[in-house]
Design a protein around this ligand. Structure first.
Ligand SMILES: [Zn+2]
Length: 142
């Protein structure tokens, strides 16, 4: 199935292809300070696919903080946190904030708090490549 979402003002939208029903996704609430400040609830499917379409590129920040291994896509216009994207070789991987989904209520499983504080940077990148969703980010109109 294909699930649609977007930031509040529509500067960026996402299309998430997955064979996992929304109610069966594990909803992770990462305990890092960035995710808690946004109230992020995230999902990923290594067998799925995420397409991020950016309509207004000047509105979408690629926020980073130490150790800066991923870009957190945040809309500067409406403040929405969309997803975190790891760029590895020629493929990208992401974890998606389900708060941006049109039918976010369908992700009904109980939130699973997770903390990755003990990880090394190399472990962190390896975990993301194995569990995050293969992703393509496209900026509309170049
Ligand atoms: Zn926006």
């Amino acid at each position: 199935m294909k699930l649609h979402g977007q930031c509040h003002c529509g500067a960026a939208e996402v299309s998430f292809e997955t064979e996992i029903a929304p109610k069966d996704h594990v909803v992770r609430t990462c305990q890092c300070s960035f995710c808690r400040k946004h109230g992020a609830r995230t999902i990923a499917d290594p067998n799925g696919r995420l397409d991020v379409s950016i309509r207004q590129d000047d509105q979408i920040a690629r926020y980073q903080f130490a150790p800066a291994t991923v870009d957190f896509l945040v809309c500067k216009g409406c403040g929405t946190y969309l997803c975190a994207v790891l760029n590895a070789d020629d493929v990208s991987y992401s974890t998606l904030n389900i708060n941006v989904m049109d039918d976010r209520a369908a992700f009904s499983s109980v939130d699973a708090p997770v903390s990755y504080d003990g990880e090394t940077t190399a472990d962190r990148i390896a975990r993301r490549i194995s569990v995050w969703t293969p992703t393509r980010v496209v900026v509309a109109g170049g």
